[in-house]
Every structure is written in C-alpha cells, then in structure tokens.
Design a protein around this ligand. Sequence first.
Ligand SMILES: *Cc1c(COP(=O)(O)O)cnc(C)c1O
Length: 449
Amino acid sequence: MINPAELELLQQALATLAKGFEKLPEFTPAFDADAASDVLQLVAERMQDNYPYYHPQYAGQMLKPPHPVARIAYAMSLWVNPNNHALDGGKASSALEKECIVELGRMYGWDAPLGHLTGGGTMANLEALWVAGRRHPGKRVIASQQAHYTHSRISDVLGMPFSAVPVGDRGRMDLAATEAMLEAGDVGTVVATIGNTGLGAVDRLEEILELADKYDARVHADAAYGGYFGLASELRDETRAAYDSLPEVDSIVVDPHKHGLQPYGCGCVLFKNPDDGRFYKHDSPFTYFSSAELHLGEISLECSRPGAAAVALWATQQMFPLETRGQLAEWLDSGLLAAQEFWQRLTNSDYYQPLMRPELDIVVYAVNAANAKQASDRARRVFSLAAENELHLAMIELPVDLVQAFLPELEADAKTMTCLRSVLMKPEHRTWIDKIMTILEDCAARVSG
Ligand SMILES: *Cc1c(COP(=O)(O)O)cnc(C)c1O
C-alpha cells in the first residue's frame, strides 16, 4: 500500500521549501511528539476501517487514491498552509491555480476562460447554475433524470425551478422530451451530463446545443466525472462527438478529484465568457490589499480554499500534461477497455446481464432472476458475499423499465430494481478482470443456488 520512496521525496521537497525562508531568524514551533505519537497510532488504527480504495479489487464507487506526486505536493504545501482566497494568504499557490485553469481550459479549446478550483463538483455546479440564473433570471433549469441529484437540490437552493428530463435505453437525456420542455418557453438552462455518475452515459451534446440555440437557452456541461475522457482514443464515435462539442457550451464543471488523480477537495468550474465574472463582484473590506492583481476570491463564491489543492494539481499537470496520447490519456483508455472487456465477459456469463454497453469506465449489471424483486435480492447478496471475498462493488437502484430494455423476460413486480455497478477507474483494473469475474461467478452461483 505504501511506497517508502514517497516519504523520501516528501522530505526532499520540504527541505527545498524551507530554504525559501532561511533569511528569517531560526524558529521551529515546538510540539509534544510523544503525545502526538499515541494519538497518531490510534487514528491509524481507526483508519483501517475503510474499503481498500487503492486496490484493483475495489471495483465499486468512483474512488481511488491520488497519484503519489499529488499526495506529496499536497502534503508538502501543508507546512505553508496556503489559502487561495486572496494573494495575501496564498501568493504562490494562487499563481499555480491560475496556470492550472489555463491548462484545463485548453483541454476544452478555450484560450482565456474564467475559472477557479472549488471544494468539489457540487460547489462548482452551484456556481455554474448561479451564473446561469443571473443570465436567465426566473427561468427553469432542466437536466437528465440520470444527472447528478445535486442539480435539483442546487436549483432549490438558488430558488430556480427545475425539471428532470426522462432518459432513453442508453441512459442519455431524451432529445424529444428535451425539445418539448424547451418549447414551453420557460427554460433558461439545459444541463448536459458528460458522463453521468450512475451509468457513465454521455448526453448527446451536439443535438442539445442545437436545441438550446433554437430556444435561446444556456448550456452547462456537468463533466465532473467524465471531463477528462476527451483526451482518450478509445471512445466510440457517438461519445467522441459529444466531447468534440464541449468547446461550444457556456460553462463546464470538471472534478480533478475524480479522474484527475487528485485528493478530495478539488473541483473546477470554467466559464467560456470571462464577462460572467462580473456577477461575483463584491467589496471585501479586509482582504485584497496586497496587489492590484486578481485575487481568486474575487471570482469565487467560497472564501477560504486550500491552496494545497492547487499545488497538488499543478504538480500533477506538470508530470502528466493534459494531452491526447500522453500518460493520462493512456490510463483513461485502459479504463475504457477494461469496462468494455468486463461488459463482454458479463454478457457471456450465465449469472449476469450487463445493461447498456459502457460509454466510459462504468459497467452496470443485473443478476439474472425471474423477477425484479428476486434480482434485487440477489444483487444485494452478491454485493455482501463479494465483500467477504475482498471484492468490493457498488449498487445502483434503477427504474425497472430501464432494466427491462436489456432483460425483456424479467417480470416487473417492483418499480425499481437493484443492480450492481463497477467503476473501473484504476489503470490496473484491466489486468484484474479475470480475477474479478472468478469471484463474481462464484458469488452468483452461491446466491442463485
Ligand atoms: C461527482 C459528481 C458530482 C458531484 O461532485 P462532488 O465532487 O462529489 O461534489 C456532480 N456531477 C457529476 C456528474 C458527478 O459525477
């Protein structure tokens, strides 16, 4: 789990950091190392009670450890503890954040976007919808039924009306239903999900942009999970088309803490039109005195933010530039191929039926049974039994008619059905498919008995 080289690199980085402060009179804050040692042993033991997110046999939720370079850069910066609200609190790390934003913007073909890092995708989406509401006051927000639940909740927080658009068999927003809602005339913003969290389905952005243009609505792309996959080479044509249309949207949310190899606390919101920044205007009486240069707090709803997140992201983007055919793209491709192989293996299995062919690296699968209730029960039992065998999966509750598109013989004796879900987001997952399938088949044989 732990590579000792990481600790050595952290020490070296800290030694270089300390050199920058050598002109000051010597001062090292004291602390009781013995007392801290006891507490740290205690907390390390408590932390053993986690799923093994770093291991390929964790094939459940969207969770993985950050890349070591991000972890070390983040840890190193904690000795400074920069605050990227204002340049007074995070001078160097604010500069790093602005450079990261330029690179992230370029990934979407934007040369000078307005943007900043956030605590995560939720805060980033909140800012995007808040600006959207300023541009279209009183108007409705619409997003797919499979969009992240955060959109309906955020709309509620912002006092904006919200409606969910039904999805088709592939898990994407239905275009006819989208148009019908736009026709009603009260829609200001369409949220397109570029990789939904449950199914990994990518909304058809090209067509959504055309519709939004026709009805004068704004388009926000929630690419919190899927935002990096435009770098990959293994996307199918339809999925690729959505990514190729991303430069046309008004705002984008991407989570570096999902596929960008970062520790939690790193989301990002980008606006194509820098003029969107004027909505953030405020007059803080106590910050922003150190320079006339942009303080990130002037374009962010959150005030204090960890500069460490920018430091970690900058280090990662140095080592793994956001380019097609780079190492990051190769890892994303590995996840895409792992998902496609896993889907194929499940298709060939007697015990499982995968749903839609994966567009990204998420596979959703049902346990075969006569009816929805039995299938749900079996999925829950496979989930528990697999965990006992150190294979960790996730579950998803889906409308039964969505499942029936793939299991036409299934009797629908319930409105929803529990399926299994695996996000194959670690590059190593591809070489673990055999092992994962062996455990899955064994568990299914036992619960189907
Ligand atoms: C994860 C996710 C969110 C929420 O982001 P957090 O970083 O968890 O706050 C929003 N939308 C999508 C599509 C996501 O995958």
